[in-house]
Ligand binder design. Structure first.
Ligand code: AMP
Ligand code: MG
Length: 340
């Protein structure tokens, strides 16, 4: 199949993409978080194609994207007060809410769970496309399963060219990590995945919000994942990534003393000057927003330079730093080296 690359700023391209979706095809779409791989969420056969194109395990459910709050009522059993409060504050935007699902949701979307994840994105092209198609769109990230999530149309083409009908190019993503996922199907509500909307912000609106154990820790053997996506090794470049927990001086000294063929550094802006190995920078040390925006592109660049072992700097798990930490620790397979 030839994958069309469409310009998201053109109305004609939105209509072309909407037609593909109405006909049961797949389109890579820009959102403010990462690029999504979209299909008609109400068509199980179309949704099944997403799993095939990505090589995604069938037990990993998808997020349904809407373009108006009222569309939520059709997708879930009941809209609780907490959902209205969250939506009021954070929709449209990078937050996904999980609720018990309505019967209209195909099993392919919910991967057999009795809940569904719903998000109202703020990206103008995503909203225009949902409106033009007149459909809720199921979309996980538009990468091959296991690869870092795509934050540009080029990343999507690199992974899925020839496997999907089209990609809408809307430029680089503003947030750069996937949405914050909160479930309201438990009491108290629980954060399943950190993102651009922080745990601190969720607590300001709802009071008590638990953090799922899988946000910071590997899933223990035999424990069922609240968010199935958390159980897979994720976001990984080909290299073996090791997080170094230390200040910059100790990091620099460790990296420079352990440099062999294929060693690379994933570090903060400006730190490359002190390192004797190839470096990829992913934002300022104190700028978690910039780190989130840059991280996935940086992980892909490590593949481009054929890095074999990568020593990574990693932020504090707070604010948007929690989202960066959560992705990086998975890219590292939870391997952290603590230096004095
Ligand atoms: P992606 O957008 O590629 O990150 O994939 C969607 C993410 O949402 C995955 O991590 C899923 O595990 C999570 N997700 C989707 N639906 C549900 C659900 N009903 N319950 C828990 N997690 C979900
Ligand atoms: Mg994904």
């Amino acid at each position: 199949m030839r994958t069309q690359l469409l310009d998201a700023n053109k109305q004609e391209a939105i209509f072309t993409a909407a037609r593909i979706l109405k006909d049961g095809g797949l389109v890579g779409i820009p959102t403010e978080t990462v690029y999504g791989l979209a299909a008609n969420a109400l068509n199980g056969k179309a949704v099944a194609k997403i799993f095939a194109a990505k090589g995604r395990p069938m037990d990993n459910p998808l997020i349904v994207h809407i373009s108006e709050f009222n569309q939520l009522y059709k997708l879930v059993k009941d809209v609780p007060e907490a959902a209205k409060k969250l939506a009021d504050k954070f929709w449209p935007g990078p937050m996904t809410i999980i609720l018990p699902k309505a019967d209209i949701i195909p099993d392919e979307v919910s991967a057999g769970l009795d809940t569904v994840a719903v998000r109202f994105p703020s990206h103008p092209a995503a909203r225009a496309l949902i409106d033009a198609a007149g459909l809720p769109l199921a979309a996980p990230s538009a990468n091959l399963s296991g690869h870092p999530s795509p934050t540009t149309a080029e990343h999507v083409m690199n992974d899925l060219n020839g496997k999907i009908e089209a990609v809408l190019d809307g430029g680089p993503c503003g947030v750069g990590v996937e949405s914050t996922v909160i479930t309201l199907a438990t009491n108290p509500p629980r954060l399943l995945r950190p993102g651009g909307i922080t745990l601190e912000q969720l607590r300001e609106v709802l009071g008590e919000v638990e953090m799922d154990n899988a946000v910071l820790n590997p899933l223990q053997n035999g424990v069922r994942a609240a968010s199935p996506g958390m159980k897979y090794k994720h976001y990984s470049p080909k290299a073996n990534v090791i997080i170094i927990d230390s200040d910059f001086d100790a990091y620099r000294s460790y990296v420079n003393h352990h440099s062999v063929e294929g060693t690379a550094a994933l570090c903060y802006n400006g730190e490359d000057a002190g390192l004797t190995v190839p470096t990829i920078c992913y934002g300022g040390e104190d700028d978690y927003g910039e780190q989130a925006r840059e991280l996935f592109d940086a992980l892909r660049k490590l593949d481009d330079i054929h890095a074999k072992t990568v020593y990574a700097r990693c932020p504090e798990p707070k604010g948007v730093g929690l989202a960066v930490y959560n992705r990086l620790i998975r890219a590292a397979g939870f391997e952290v080296l603590h230096l004095g």
